[in-house]
Design a protein around this ligand. Structure first.
Ligand SMILES: [Zn+2]
Length: 259
């Protein structure tokens, strides 16, 4: 049986199955399934204690009728005050690297935020645990993937399921031992990403992980969501562009996986 179509024969288009497939392609369902990895930016959303909270207020709304010439209209807009480390964000090298030439977020190449990626399953990590190199190697083996130079590596620790919305969200998260950060850097990655507000457990481990990133020229994202949806998805495209904040030490991102 031949599936070849004649150039002028468009009867195949009328087949309901073909029409549905074309509709799916046009809606992006087949060619670009996107998974949203970002937290919602909202008033007083949980923030790392070292950074100010998100403050969102109504700047103007539809109760106010404005006039331009003979035209009456209303419009609504919000005012935001937030840290450059709010919700889902990426750290810039200058966040922990005191060198004068350490790039701020507006100076980091856009290519670093549009990379190939994998996601490792470390969801069994106990709360407050520092994930070891051995545990990273086990998770990588289980994924059946490899880490390639310039990859982004996302690390699923089931933090949101266990902690989001609770006071413990700011304190009890697991994270990477500093040796695991060096292990990732040894593989030539661009950055890694976690769900928690810090890449390593609270206190000294967190600052060691940040300093290791600065020292090794890699960075990380914090506050990711929906990483569970990436387990067993293999290799995918990661997109998470920062805002062009002059001198920014980080930036909120809209993190997306194209699987
Ligand atoms: Zn950070």
């Amino acid at each position: 049986m031949s599936h070849a179509f004649k150039v002028n024969d468009l009867t195949w288009l009328h087949d309901p199955v073909n029409m549905l497939a074309i509709k799916d392609i046009l809606l992006g369902k087949l060619i670009m399934p996107l998974i949203d990895l970002s937290r919602t930016i909202e008033h007083r959303t949980p923030a790392h204690p070292s950074h100010p909270p998100v403050i969102m207020t109504v700047w103007n709304d539809h109760n106010e009728i404005k006039k331009a010439g003979k035209t009456s209209f209303s419009s609504k807009s919000l005012s935001l005050s937030l840290s450059d480390h709010s919700t889902t964000h990426v750290d810039a090298p200058c966040h922990f690297n005191p060198a004068k030439d350490a790039p701020s977020i507006d100076e980091v190449p856009l290519e670093d935020f549009y990379t190939e990626a994998i996601c490792l399953d470390l969801s069994n990590a106990p709360l407050k645990h520092q994930i070891t190199v051995y545990e990273m190697e086990q998770a990588l083996g289980k994924s059946g993937q490899e880490i390639k130079p310039r990859d982004t590596v996302l690390i699923y620790m089931a933090v949101n399921e266990r902690l989001f919305g609770k006071p413990e969200y700011l304190h009890d998260f697991p994270g990477l031992h500093v040796d695991a950060v060096h292990w990732l850097a040894d593989k030539g990655i661009i950055m890694f990403g976690v769900e928690a507000i810090s890449p390593a457990p609270e206190g000294e481990p967190n600052f060691k992980a940040h300093m290791a990133c600065a020292e090794r020229g890699i960075t990380h994202m914090e506050g990711l969501m929906n990483l569970d949806q990436l387990i067993d998805k293999g290799r995918f495209q990661f997109i998470g562009f920062p805002l062009k904040i002059k001198g920014g030490t980080g930036s909120p991102i809209r993190a997306v996986a194209v699987v």
